[in-house]
Design a protein around this ligand. Sequence first.
Ligand code: MF3
Ligand code: CO
Length: 250
Amino acid sequence: MAIVCKSPAEIEKMRRSGHVVREVLDHVRTLVAPGTTTMDLEHAAESKMKELGVKPAFKGYYDYPCVLCTSINEEIVHGIPSEKRVLKAGDIVSIDCGVVLDGYYGDAAITVPVGGEITPELKKLLEVTEQSLYRGIEKVRIGNSVGDVGAAVQQYVEAAGFSVVREFVGHGIGTRLHEEPQVPNFGVPGHGAKLREGMVLAIEPMVNYGKPEARVLGDKWTAVTADGSYSAHFEHCVAVTKSGPMILTQ
Ligand code: MF3
Ligand code: CO
């Protein structure tokens, strides 16, 4: 499958699905507190999606069982919500959400602290990961390449002393959740697919406090850091337009 460029009307539809994703995330994040389970977050997201008249993007995708991915502490991505996972003060939790509205997908993620007291080291991990996403977004311009995006993310993260995960990457998005091209959080400036008007990229840095290696748990989904260090994740969908990067998920 080649890279699909979207018309302005399609990008407008993706802006609507992106907006709904943000509404769901904004609602769910208000419930993050010590004592909340990740299944509570799942239920809140599912009701919000019903209320807003959208379908979940993740549930049923390769048999994934839930509408959210909720990844705590050393979990990188694809943690499965569970009533057994109780959030506690000092944790960090990544909440990844996708919807489909009028045939177009939206996908975004945030990582939030649980309770008021995370360590300064974790606070820095969250800030650097979110900021690295914006460094990548800044490169989403006609004529740049996918490598420019990845290199910007990687350089920012590594300069801060953290590492980027290699095994999982961002992606094109549109009438399917995952389209071409793959969008790694590492790369060489000028390398990879050239960005053209109408491309939409889901950029999603996954940043580890320690070493970059990941492994997948026995549930076949949950990706964790191999060294057990904390990991953070932020994601936006971004369109390539004549006037520069357009963030669709805000
Ligand atoms: N944001 C993630 C991704 O783009 C979420 C996918 S979870 C899945 O890969 F269940 F849908 F695979
Ligand atoms: Co994604």
